[in-house]
Design a protein around this ligand. Structure first.
Ligand SMILES: *Cc1c(COP(=O)(O)O)cnc(C)c1O
Length: 469
């Protein structure tokens, strides 16, 4: 009897039972790594899919058991791809928000690992008494930036919310129309500002805002003046806006805070790389009450938001109820502490992977590309070529600025298929696609990953692909 002789009812009867699929070797094997409840859910969903196929007349096979097992294994493979794992970043975007922004220093990673179990996050081991969470790291941050005091929250968006809620709740915040920025993920800073319970008093125009605009906007309701660094786009042409130092000259009552949202958090002047990004120290010394920045952009640390500034304001923020909802965990604090110590020791370029990537010369990148390409022998029609490339810092920093780079271009493949093979293999590699080619930009590849990148490329090129999907 062939499939075609079977009616729909017969086919439905031939569907395997949940237990039958569960007992199969192919599914039993997964019990080592997957919970029974999850396996049952996948088996049910696999059988339901088969049933839908039968009902829609698209099932011509009664090899149901085998297809159900294969489908369960597929669901497991897909799920594995979703679990957090390391990625080699060959996109050429150094602070790729989708790839977790800054790669951390070895010292930071070690400190985070140690803090992951029990740790002295809120106990003074000398006295045995309760201590303030992150007390030491805040002190070091103040020392590093030249501010009175510092606070750490979950990210820069949280820093903005806490700062505005803490200093200007229910009052007005003066902000330039040229600085109402949309950041990643479709989030708009003006919405974040309003969510902290302040009213925006927008001044100036998109391209031009003057000191006098801020001055004349001051009124009895003003709680803060906010400057937002335009970190993910740039304006050229007929453009002007006051600097933070100029804003600091505005005479204002003590109750009005001047806040500088710098975002990217450069600690080192990157001018020597041809990159212009305001430093935190420049902001602090220009005299705002509070300076805000991300810990995981140019600061090169774990995800967090850092607030530094005058003690009068930081004390107010520290005891604000929102602070309790935004405080960071022990692991983040440990990683941040190690990162701050590296900055304090003036060793960012030696010890922070981000700065190593930034500072690698284009000629060194070229020889890295060359070495990898020479070690590979792609089967025709696939061709590998070393090309010049332009990398970027990314992650809401240095809009439009590029870094000279070098890349391996893979030609003669189906670019999307090849790129997917790289993504879902081990190690996972995320590359760019340009002009139907896969481009692996080495500016963002950590030196320690070069060898693994080469071996994995070799595997995929020669078809000895272990990706298993
Ligand atoms: C990146 C950025 C933010 C958001 O920072 P997160 O750490 O991603 O929350 C806010 N403001 C500015 C100016 C930024 O550049």
């Amino acid at each position: 009897m062939t499939d075609n002789d079977l009616g729909t009812a017969d086919l439905l009867r031939a569907l395997p039972a949940v237990d039958e699929v569960l007992r199969s070797d192919g599914v039993q094997e997964l019990r080592r790594v997957v919970s029974d409840a999850q396996l049952v859910a996948w088996v049910r969903s696999a059988i339901a899919e088969l049933r839908r196929k039968v009902l829609s007349g698209n099932s011509s096979s009664n090899e149901f058991l085998a297809s159900a097992i294969e489908r369960v294994r597929d669901l497991w493979r897909q799920d594995t791809q979703l679990s957090a794992r390391p990625v080699i970043n060959a996109t050429g975007v150094l602070l790729h928000t989708n790839l977790g922004r800054a790669p951390l220093a070895r010292e930071a990673i070690e400190r985070m690992q140690k803090a992951a179990a029990y740790t002295n996050v809120e106990i003074d081991l000398l006295s045995g008494k309760r201590s303030s969470r992150g007390g030491r790291v805040c002190r070091l941050l103040a020392q590093l930036t030249g501010a009175d005091d510092a606070l750490v929250v979950n990210n820069c968006a949280a820093a903005t919310m806490l700062a505005l809620a803490g200093v200007a709740h229910g009052r007005e915040v003066i902000v330039s129309r040229g600085q109402l920025v949309e950041i990643g993920g479709g989030f708009r800073l003006p919405d974040v500002f309003r969510a902290s319970g302040v009213h925006l008093n927008e001044v100036g125009t998109t391209n031009r805002t003057y000191l006098s605009d801020y001055r004349s906007a001051l009124n009895g309701e003003t709680g803060a003046i906010l400057r937002v660094h335009r970190s993910n786009f740039s304006q050229v042409g007929f453009v002007t806006e006051p600097t933070i130092a100029e804003l600091a000259t505005i005479k204002r009552p003590e109750s009005i805070a001047l806040i500088d949202d710098v975002g990217s958090g450069a600690m080192v002047d990157l001018e020597f790389l041809g990159l212009r990004e305001p430093t935190i120290m420049a902001s602090v010394s220009a005299g705002p009450d509070l300076t805000l920045f991300s810990g995981d952009k140019l600061f090169g640390g774990p995800q967090c938001g850092i607030i530094v500034g005058r003690a009068r304001w930081t004390a107010q923020l520290r005891s604000h109820p929102m602070m309790r909802a935004m405080r960071v965990d022990k692991v983040t604090l440990a990683g941040l502490e190690a990162t701050v110590e590296i900055h304090l020791a003036g060793r960012a370029q030696q010890q922070l992977p981000l700065y190593q990537l930034l500072c690698t010369s284009a000629s060194e990148l070229e020889s890295r590309c060359q070495r990898i390409v020479e070690s590979l022998s792609p089967p025709p029609p696939i061709r590998l070529q070393v090309i010049r490339s332009e990398a970027s810092v990314g992650g809401g920093t240095l809009p439009g600025a590029t870094l000279p780079s070098c890349a391996i271009e893979v030609r003669g493949v189906k670019a999307d298929v090849f790129a997917k093979q790289l993504r879902i293999g081990e190690p996972a590699i995320v590359a760019r696609i340009a002009d139907d080619c896969v481009v692996l930009d080495l500016r963002s590849v950590l030196a320690d990953d070069l060898q693994r990148l080469g071996s994995r490329l070799s595997e995929v090129l020669t078809g000895g692909d272990r990706a298993g999907v």
